[in-house]
Design a protein around this ligand. Structure first.
Ligand code: DHB
Ligand code: FE
Length: 286
């Protein structure tokens, strides 16, 4: 069976991609955020994942408001990136773990998740920025990917408990995969932020701390709030925490926190990074 080695949770603010392109990691504005990735780089060097399963949200590159799947799973041999308007350098296509995608899709549909299956899917900053942060160096990512896009953009939003259940079903699919791949899970976006409207610039440190404290040991606490409650608590884009909740479900019950970082602001966002590892890492990386 596949080995789920751990989960990387991170904000995906597009300006981070701009800072990477300009080499600003040591700049005083950026350093407190980028420093949070040093423990992740050390951990990845030991954990050596082959595949990344990424829970993220598309921001109008592949899905626009006229066609908005609640949950969409990629099943492509490769995924192209494009500039959806932030002016970031376009990344080389990302190789897909196509057979594993189909295995996950088969399992999700058999488990009564009515997902959208995408044999062609462009991937935006919410997927590319976390990969660029995790493996610095142009186009130097040693993983094949399975992208899973959640609608965090347009109401009606999926419920947090359904997102946790989706992640848990992905966990079960990975547990029944016969391959020996080492798999890292990503949850991208958040934490609190609101980009427009009367509350533009809204940040909620108390709610962010609650999420960081409970995500590992007690993810059920995060799904006690409804999606609309979370929009109220975290801002209309802070609801991207749904991606973290799904990713947490995919890790399985037992996790240990390796590192966390929380820094305000990066652009309009309370920027956070967290690394959780599973018992599989402890036994296999040694
Ligand atoms: C910002 C944050 C996001 O999550 C995003 O998708 C776009 C912009 C920001 O803070 O600038
Ligand atoms: Fe976003």
């Amino acid at each position: 069976m596949a080995h789920i080695v751990g989960g990387i949770f991170t904000s995906h603010v597009p300006a981070i991609g701009g800072a990477i392109a300009r080499g600003l990691q040591e700049d005083p504005y950026w350093k407190p955020f980028f420093d949070g990735f040093h423990p992740i780089h050390r951990w990845l060097a030991a954990a050596r994942p082959d595949v990344a399963v990424l829970f993220y949200n598309d921001h109008g590159l592949n899905f626009f408001l006229d066609t908005m799947p609640t949950f969409a799973v990629g099943a492509a041999a490769e995924y192209h990136n494009a500039d959806e308007g932030w002016g970031l350098p376009v990344m080389k296509p990302f190789p897909g773990a196509e057979a594993l995608s189909w295995h996950i899709i088969e399992h999700l549909v058999a488990s009564e998740f009515d997902i959208t299956t995408c044999q062609k899917m462009a991937v935006d900053h919410a997927l590319t920025v976390p990969l660029a942060l995790s493996w610095p160096g142009a186009d130097n990512r040693p993983v094949r990917i399975v992208p899973i896009a959640l609608n965090t953009v347009q109401h009606p939003l999926p419920s947090p408990s359904r997102c946790l259940a989706l992640g848990r079903a992905v966990h079960d699919a990975l547990a029944s995969w016969p391959g020996a791949e080492r798999i890292v899970i990503f949850g991208t976006g958040g934490l609190s932020h609101q980009l427009d409207g009367e509350r533009a610039g809204f940040i909620n440190k108390d709610y962010d701390r609650f999420c960081l404290d409970h995500l590992g040991p007690e993810p059920e606490a995060l799904v006690a709030h409804s999606a609309v409650d979370i929009v109220e608590l975290a801002g209309s884009q802070g609801i991207e925490i749904l991606n973290w909740i799904a990713a947490r479900g995919a890790l399985g019950p037992d996790v240990r926190e390796v590192s966390r970082n929380y820094h305000i602001p990066i652009s309009n966002t309370a920027a956070a990074t967290m690394l959780l590892e599973t018992p599989a890492t402890l036994s296999k990386a040694a």
